[in-house]
Design a binder for this molecule. Sequence first.
Ligand code: CP3
Length: 363
Amino acid sequence: MTRPGIRTAGNLRGLPPALWDSRLLRACRGEAVDRPPVWLMRQAGRYMAHYRGLRADAGGFLGLCKDPARAAEVTVFARQWLGVDAAIIFSDILVVLEALGLPLEFVAGDGPRLPRPLRSAADVAALRDPAQAAADLAYVYEALRLTVRDLPADTPCIGFCGAPFTLAAYAIEGGGSRSFGRAKAFMYAEPAAWHALMTRLADTLVPYLTAQVVSGASCLQVFDSWVGNLTRADFAEFVQPHLAHLVRRLPAGVPVILFGTGTGHLLDLIAACGADVVGLDHTVDLDQGWTAVGGPGRCAVQGNLDPCLLLAPRHRLEAAAGDLLRQAAGRPGHIVNLGHGVLKETDPEAARALVEAVRAWRP
Ligand code: CP3
């Protein structure tokens, strides 16, 4: 079973015309737009005082993720304040691991921690049931419903999840890592348990993303942030079948963006997983990356400004945005974004200036 391509599927979900013809969804389908759509990964986050205030009110980051009214408010505020063409639901990729039975903590200033990481095949077998885990994430679906209700009618909300590899890496490492040595060692030493884990994750992510679409997400992004650490051969053996199987089972008519960093050597394999849009980070040249995923006639691309440009003098940021837009040259199927998330030390006015530069641009 293959999912019908977004370029031919048509408006299967019966979206209102204003949404179906929004810049983001048109660009995902490779259709012409007056100017490229723009949004920023981590557009709602620590760099915004509004976010920090609501996080304090909610008793911390995870509390905010689990508070649908506040999560929706953070999402809608960032979209509106920046003037971007899409919202992304405020949540985190790791809540899925918690729902599968792994305790999760966010220590302020220290990133995520999973104090009971997976260390054996038995640990994998003991994970919770995928359908039950997806059902337990109802607070995400409720946040989406509230968000979509409060967004302008022509503004899509992107739903998201972490990809099986990136989630497996966190589950085994128990947190972030530089080399992902433990995760790779597990993958090499216990291939059967590794594939069982990837299957369990993908089986959870399908109902999770499907419920997000039912709750109003009109585009989906799968974050495989750390997959660029793998060789082509390891990607093909340990990841690609699961990622492709995941994408194939997602609702038809909803574009899927596959994002990773440091993936210059994997782009053709990532596109072959059935992505409608492939994320490019700033270490990849836009043209080379676009060619690697099949070119504008085949696949859309998203990216790829260095997030550190938002820390640069304004003229430098605007020049880089101009260079990117000129390089894309108005070809259909380009979504302007950063190569990775907004850094917490970013001046919100710089992010807004970038968005304004893209909005003012005409081919
Ligand atoms: O605005 C948006 O983009 C939506 C919200 C969003 C968050 N996390 C909020 C968040 C999204 C899409 C994510 C995805 C996510 N989470 C990824 C994939 C994207 C990427 O950056 O590669 C990953 C790897 C995670 C795991 C995670 N969550 C880490 C490593 C951290 C801490 C370090 C960091 O970069 O922020 C988090 C915490 C987190 N997720 C914060 C936010 C706003 C900061 C929490 C705080 O307030 O302290």
